[in-house]
Write a protein that binds this ligand. Structure first.
Ligand SMILES: Nc1ncnc2c1ncn2[C@@H]1O[C@H](COP(=O)(O)OP(=O)(O)OP(=O)(O)O)[C@@H](O)[C@H]1O
Ligand SMILES: [Mg+2]
Length: 431
């Protein structure tokens, strides 16, 4: 390899060949960084480091162009001496000001052998950084005709000025740095647009859902008013459960939003699994009766009590039971809740139904917040909240079967514990 290179550059002496080899290797490294580093700041620091080392300079800077202010500012400033942070904090250059400003304004490389003797040299930058510039090379960073900034190397080590090879390498580095900055800005803009669109969609979905519940609440209260005025007990008896359901829906919705909105640690305490499942069953009893749904519960595989945040797991069960009820046809169907323990301390729970199952094309999306196939009837928060509560318990939840019905399988490690202490029992009774 080395021999081939020497033959292809016979007019160069050994030192020049080494310089070229170093430059090509540095270019190769910097180019590789483009794909590997997603953090723009880190990438610009690496480009400055490579610039400094390959050009043999005492200091290097990446100066970016602020289009709105039509000014340049120091984004990265590297040097072993001086106060580079002060330079970054305090110095902004107008277009045409200093060597960097002139390189930016003329969009051409400036290789200055005697900085002190050049009238364009901006001494305030040296005062701020307490660095003494003897010579410097400033290369504009241009991407598709747009000025991005200036790449600068200062004080060539062991020579009075930067060489033509340094100029070529810095021009290539500046092209790569410009592309990296432009790319990162584009990605940032896209993410922002996508985030805004997602927020808009979420708010539209939530508003729609709340509006539906409130419409139900309003008509129920009007009917109750009317039945009170007329002393019509029958209308009252029919309307009251509808009103209660609407209140429950809105309170569930707010609870789900709250659990999703912030990271939290579950407040575990010892509780009775049968009691927990019983509570969830009571909450859906009316709904299951109306829809002719038969529910069977088998907790025989769990011996004793469990160590969980009861409220959180109750909400998970409720969400899964509500989903099962929604999935089953008007003619009714069956729902199973099964739980068992696996050594040493894991609790497993399955909630299954014999409805149509989750269609293959939506299986990936069902865990996303606000994903729902139920139109105005669903907010799409049920499974997202359930998964979050389970993850907070350091457990997992999966869709275990889908096709002939859906089966959600929960695994909760550390949920089976030997008998609790008196203090923990006290905690439970306070709940
Ligand atoms: N047991 C099930 N059978 C079939 N599909 C289901 C079942 N459970 C969930 N899904 C699908 O997953 C989607 C997301 O469920 P999720 O509970 O997150 O939201 P939702 O039920 O639509 O709304 P809500 O916020 O009111 O719970 C549902 O819209 C439905 O398409
Ligand atoms: Mg749901």
């Amino acid at each position: 390899m080395t021999e081939t290179r020497q033959e292809s550059l016979p007019w160069l002496d050994d030192a020049s060949r080494t310089d070229i080899r170093c430059a090509v290797e540095a270019l190769y490294r910097v180019h590789g960084l483009m794909g590997a580093l997603t953090d723009l700041d880190a990438l610009l620091v690496r480009i400055s480091e490579e610039s400094r080392s390959v050009a043999g300079a005492e200091a290097a800077s990446v100066i970016l162009y602020d289009e709105q202010a039509d000014e340049l500012y120091f984004e990265v400033a590297l040097g072993d001496t001086g106060d580079q942070d002060r330079l970054k904090r305090e110095i902004r250059l107008k277009m045409g000001q200093g060597i960097a400003g002139s390189a930016a304004a003329s969009r051409s490389t400036l290789n200055i052998a005697d900085a002190g003797g050049d009238p364009r040299f901006f001494r305030d930058a040296d005062s701020a950084s307490q660095f003494q510039t003897r010579n410097l090379l400033a290369v504009p960073m241009i991407e598709r005709g747009h000025l991005i900034g200036v790449l600068e190397v200062l004080n060539k080590v062991g020579a009075d000025t930067f060489s033509p090879l340094d100029v070529h390498v810095m021009e290539m580095f500046s092209g790569i740095a410009a592309a990296a900055v432009a790319n990162a800005r584009l990605i940032e803009r896209e993410i922002k647009t996508e985030r805004l669109a997602a927020i808009g969609q979420a708010i539209a979905g939530m508003t729609h859902h709340i509006k539906n519940i409130i419409t139900g609440l309003n008509s129920s209260t009007e009917l109750i008013d009317m039945s009170l005025d007329r002393g019509n007990r029958e209308v009252m008896d029919r309307t009251w459960p509808v009103l209660k359901r609407s209140v429950r829906r809105i309170s569930n919705f707010v609870q789900d939003l709250l659990s999703l909105s912030k990271p939290r640690r579950p407040m575990r305490h010892e509780c009775n699994l049968a009691g927990l499942v019983g509570e969830a069953r009571d909450s859906v009893r009316d709904l299951f009766n109306t829809k002719h749904i038969e529910m069977s519960v088998d907790l025989s595989g769990v011996d004793g009590r469990v160590w969980l945040e009861a409220d959180g797991i109750y909400r998970c069960l409720l969400n899964l039971l509500n989903n099962a009820a929604d999935a089953l046809p008007a003619a009714g169907g069956r729902v199973w809740v099964r739980a068992w323990s696996t050594p040493p301390d894991t609790l497993e729970i399955e909630v299954a139904d014999d409805g149509p199952g989750v269609p293959a094309e939506v299986r990936e999306s069902i865990w996303d917040p606000f994903f729902s196939t139920k139109g105005a009837r669903g907010t799409g928060l049920g499974l997202a909240t359930t998964a979050k509560v389970i993850q907070e318990h350091e457990g997992t939840i999966n869709l275990a079967r889908s096709g002939s019905g859906a089966c959600f399988h929960i695994v909760l490690p550390g949920a089976i514990r030997p008998a609790c202490s008196a203090e923990e029992s006290l905690g439970e009774s306070k709940q």
